[in-house]
Write a protein that binds this ligand. Structure first.
Ligand SMILES: Nc1ncnc2c1ncn2[C@@H]1O[C@H](COP(=O)(O)OP(=O)(O)OP(=O)(O)O)[C@@H](O)[C@H]1O
Ligand SMILES: [Mg+2]
Length: 263
């Protein structure tokens, strides 16, 4: 009999009793929206997810199934209708906006599909921003931001404003900014959605290199099969819940069917 505790039945990594808490856990997350006519749209209907330290999980699913909604909830950018989010062993549910912001700063980095860089600020200033907001001294924020921009290959572009950068460069600045507060989990929503194939691949290499270097956990929402396949496991969001997915090149996303060969 294995000594390793069993993984979550469908969508979790192995728990670590006595060890450090998992970077991210979601239990029974539901999210519905009340529409203009008073009706309720139930998007997430009980999502369970556990992500281990340094683990990369990709989340796939058809457009409109709730992937971005879920990622926002996992990053504590939105509150679930019900269910629990636990970041670094700390329950997020029920906290004030200020506490939520603090937990978010401490544990989570977010890369959006559209970079959301501040237009009036340079690449360096954009990457310094999270540390400055968190109260870090300016000299430290700047030194760290320079180092991060160097890590993403942008040392020659420190003084460029977002509109003076290519799409791939902007996305690399966004990755550097997401890492500024040394998060334990990096959440990325279609990080390469607007990039050509070669630039996408370079960005994916960067994400996985940083994961290795920093033991960062990655949760990647993507329609890109190559990126989805690079993760340690892939989950399909369909009908409001997550289930293990199998990736094939031609077919639409599908849930994993039981493999009789697998013990
Ligand atoms: N604030 C909101 N009010 C009402 N409905 C919403 C709201 N936000 C999202 N939705 C609905 O929830 C569903 C899921 O949206 P979401 O953006 O999470 O989808 P997605 O899986 O990320 O899709 P895509 O792959 O196209 O990005 C959609 O049907 C959307 O219309
Ligand atoms: Mg989306």
């Amino acid at each position: 009999m294995s000594e390793t505790p069993p993984a979550h039945p469908s969508t979790g990594s192995a728990p670590s009793p006595g060890g450090p808490p998992l970077p991210l856990e979601a239990q029974g997350i539901r999210r519905s929206f009340i529409l203009g006519d008073g009706s309720e749209l139930e998007v997430l209907q009980g999502v369970d997810l556990a992500v281990g330290t340094g683990e990369a999980v990709s989340i796939v699913g058809a457009s409109g199934t709730g992937k971005s909604t879920l990622l926002h909830l996992l990053g504590a950018l939105d509150r679930p209708t019900s269910g629990e989010l636990i970041l670094g062993g700390r329950t997020v549910t029920g906290r004030s906006g200020r506490e939520l912001a603090r937990l978010r700063n401490q544990f989570v980095g977010f890369v959006f599909q559209f970079h959301h860089l501040l237009r009036e600020f340079t690449a360096l200033e954009n990457v310094m921003m999270p540390a400055l907001i968190g109260g870090a001294p300016r000299a430290k924020a700047e030194a760290d931001a320079r180092e991060l921009l160097e890590a993403v290959g942008l040392s020659p572009r420190l003084g460029h404003k977002p509109w003076q950068l290519s799409g791939g460069e902007q996305q690399r600045v966004a990755v550097a900014r997401a890492l500024a507060n040394e998060p334990v989990v990096l959440l990325a929503d279609e990080p390469s959605g607007n990039l050509d194939a070669r630039t996408s691949e370079a960005l994916h290499d960067l994400l996985f290199r940083i994961r290795e270097e920093r033991e960062l956990s990655l949760v990647l929402v993507t329609h890109n099969r190559e990126l989805a396949a690079r993760a340690d496991r892939t989950l399909l969001l369909a009908e409001g819940v997550l289930e293990p997915a199998q990736i094939s090149r031609e077919e639409p996303w599908s849930a994993k069917t039981a493999d009789p060969q697998t013990p």
